[in-house]
Write a protein that binds this ligand. Structure first.
Ligand code: ADP
Ligand code: MG
Length: 415
């Protein structure tokens, strides 16, 4: 990493990590209004983003520092650590002042784009780091660290991507360049699609996973969508894409490997009746929680978006496969970041016959695009679902197939 990265003073990190934070709210994501934003609103969004990120990055840096020294010294864990130091160091110059001009806002946008990019394909790196360190840290501690870390990562990326999306959707307000060729559809507010149809995303993911299956197995199972394919709500498309891709990879793989590729994967979509309910915040931890309460007190004066009170609006998607179910010896472990399923032999001898994690990492070229992953698919999907108050439940019929129930809580109603 850049030598600038190492210059963030230890006590500065400690001070930032100790600053009080609260969970992100829907109001936070909507408070600057619907794009294109006015100059004032865009600057307010930039400053608001700046008020949230440094403390969260510092808190990640501290959490990594608190791992056993030998783990932090692992080159892959160390790379992640330096990524965070680097990102924090790029934000610190903005700490002492406000962003007051469109020129500064544009530069800040470049810093945010770098932040998002720096942490984009880091999950295989983390996975490898913890795989190599597993002699020195017990599995529960790893799962706890990764669970907190990856949930916090969802929040940090969401904050940065929200401002970036508002920035680009507000061009040419902030830029003299011509507008992008594909104008952003008007039902987007930043990264939130206020009229998201899960059925559409399922078809896109089916194509993607189907391609991988054809490459690897020469076949692709069919997928049927039933229930209410027209159902829509407000949610973050990239989160749903991630989850559905992981669930379909598991379902397609099991279906093909059990020789049942003639049996379609059945997807059923059900929308919950839209009645107001008391949705409680998911978690107390400010870094990883998201509060669904539409806290209008904190809404900035620019706010032209009307938010209804939190509604129970949720969509449940059942993915049913005939892939034989989950082996009983695997079932208890499906929610842990399963670095432990790889034996020491796999690790030392990547050519050994069993599926080596390192092979997996190598064959994906750093991207999680292979059909069999690193054992992060289910736990990370659950982290994404729970971030906005949803859930994932797995019901295995050993010898027959698997039902996965993905419930997604809409991020509130946006009128
Ligand atoms: N639909 C399914 N059918 C059968 N087994 C499954 C299914 N979904 C998950 N599994 C089992 O759970 C394990 C963990 O899944 P996941 O977290 O996605 O990790 P990975 O796919 O990387 O191994 C899989 O390796 C597989 O053994
Ligand atoms: Mg998987």
């Amino acid at each position: 990493m850049t030598h600038q990265a190492t210059d963030v003073a230890r006590d500065e990190v400690a001070r930032l990590a100790a600053t009080p934070r609260r969970a992100l709210t829907l109001a936070d994501l909507l408070r600057h209004g619907r794009p294109p934003l006015s100059e004032d609103a865009l600057l307010a969004s930039a400053n608001f983003t700046l008020s949230l990120l440094p403390a969260r990055l510092a808190s990640r840096i501290q959490a990594i520092r608190n791992l056993p020294f030998i783990v932090v010294s692992n080159p892959h864990v160390s790379k992640i650590y330096h990524n965070y130091l680097h990102s924090l160091s790029t934000l610190l110059p903005y700490q002492q002042r406000r962003i007051t001009t469109l020129q500064e806002e544009k530069q800040f946008g470049e810093v945010l784009a770098d932040l998002v990019q720096t942490h984009t394909n880091t999950i295989p790196v983390l996975a490898r780091g913890f795989l190599e360190s597993r002699k020195y840290i017990n599995p529960e501690d790893v799962t706890h660290f990764l669970d907190t870390h990856l949930r916090a990562r969802i929040g940090t990326r969401l904050i940065a991507e929200q401002h970036l999306a508002l920035h680009f959707a507000s061009q040419p307000v902030g830029d003299d360049a011509p507008p992008p060729p594909n104008p952003i559809p008007s039902n987007y507010i930043g990264v939130i699609d206020t009229a998201l149809r899960p059925a559409r995303i399922i078809r896109v993911c089916e194509d993607f996973v189907g391609e991988i299956c054809e490459l690897k197995y020469g076949v692709r199972p069919r997928l049927e969508i039933g229930g209410e394919p027209e159902a829509s709500f407000a949610h973050v498309p990239v989160h749903i894409e991630y989850i559905i891709t992981e669930l379909l990879k598991n379902a397609f793989r099991a279906t093909i490997e059990s020789g049942n590729e003639r049996e379609p994967i059945e997807v059923t979509i059900a929308a919950a009746p839209d009645v107001p309910s008391n949705i409680r915040p998911m978690r107390g931890d400010a870094d990883i929680g998201f509060e669904l309460s539409a806290n209008n007190d904190s809404v900035a004066p620019h706010d032209p978006i009307r938010q209804s009170s939190p509604s129970s609006q949720s969509i449940t998607i059942r993915i049913r496969d005939r892939g034989g179910g989950i082996p009983p010896d695997v079932l208890p472990h499906i929610w842990s970041y399963s670095f432990t399923t790889f034996s020491e032999d796999d690790f030392q001898n990547p050519d050994s016959s069993s599926l080596g994690a390192l092979n997996t990492i190598a064959s994906t070229g750093g991207h999680l695009s292979s059909i069999a992953g690193l054992g992060y698919g289910l736990p990370l999907s659950r982290a994404y679902a729970e971030y906005f108050g949803g859930s994932i439940a797995v019901q295995s019929l050993w010898g027959w197939g698997t039902d996965v129930y993905l419930t997604l809580q809409g991020v509130g109603r946006v009128d």
